[in-house]
Design a protein around this ligand. Sequence first.
Ligand code: UTP
Length: 279
Amino acid sequence: MIKKCLFPAAGYGTRFLPATKAMPKEMLPVVNKPLIQYGVEEALDAGLTEISIVTGRGKRALEDHFDISYELENQIKGTDKEKYLVGIRRLLSECSFSYTRQTEMKGLGHAILTGRPLIGDEPFAVVLADDLCVNLDGDGVLMQMVKLYNQYRCTIIAIQEVDPQETNKYGVIAGDLIGDDLYRVRNMVEKPAPEDAPSNLAIIGRYILTPDIFDLIKQTEPGKGGEIQITDALMKQAQNGCVIAYKFKGKRFDCGGAEGYIEATNFCFENFYKTGKAY
Ligand code: UTP
């Protein structure tokens, strides 16, 4: 059973400056909730109750968000404003939260390795909170992936078809179709130019990883931009054993940039806020 979910949240969020100068990108609100809260809700809905967050300098607001605010609780006690806190109270009562800090921002692979002491030797999920994923018609994306993990018992990565001109923003896979929307990964390239991309199937911010990934990350040399990429370690895992890529059901918004963030805001406003499902 997978219980743990790791949130690498130490990045600088440079695409969203100056908003992210003193505030973590993961705390940007989509309508009335910060991005990271959507991610933790998705994890809890998938049965993952042990939440581990990799933070960095200037990210203390993340810890404060997943804690009681006594003054606030006292202030709104017995008023109809208590309804605004129903969602976050559920997370606080049903999940545990632990934190570690990445002191040098050496990439996503390095951030995941930094989380190793919180995870130990068991399979775990990874959520990049700036990818907001929703599925209005059934299981959330992590839940879909947990079900697949229970069946295949190997690393599962979420993929999405992207505009072929945009492959240079993603890790891109090549694989053999083994079932509905399921590929066994053969090759993986980090941010390829459109002409070098093996497909338009791009890796997005949801993973279920088996713990052998940690040693593979350790053996990984820094890649593009001096960062330790998770893609390189995943490629080794695919060569040694098995990595399955899953074209998930639902929508994904890239909230690390303005365009996806605005789309997510409009979507959540229409589907959650206006319908009273936003708390
Ligand atoms: P991104 O590249 O999307 O995030 O990393 P970023 O670096 O914060 O944003 P930009 O590109 O400068 O705008 C994907 C995820 O990995 C985390 C980020 O916080 C984000 O959730 N990350 C990235 C780390 O935790 N540490 C790192 O060193 C790099």
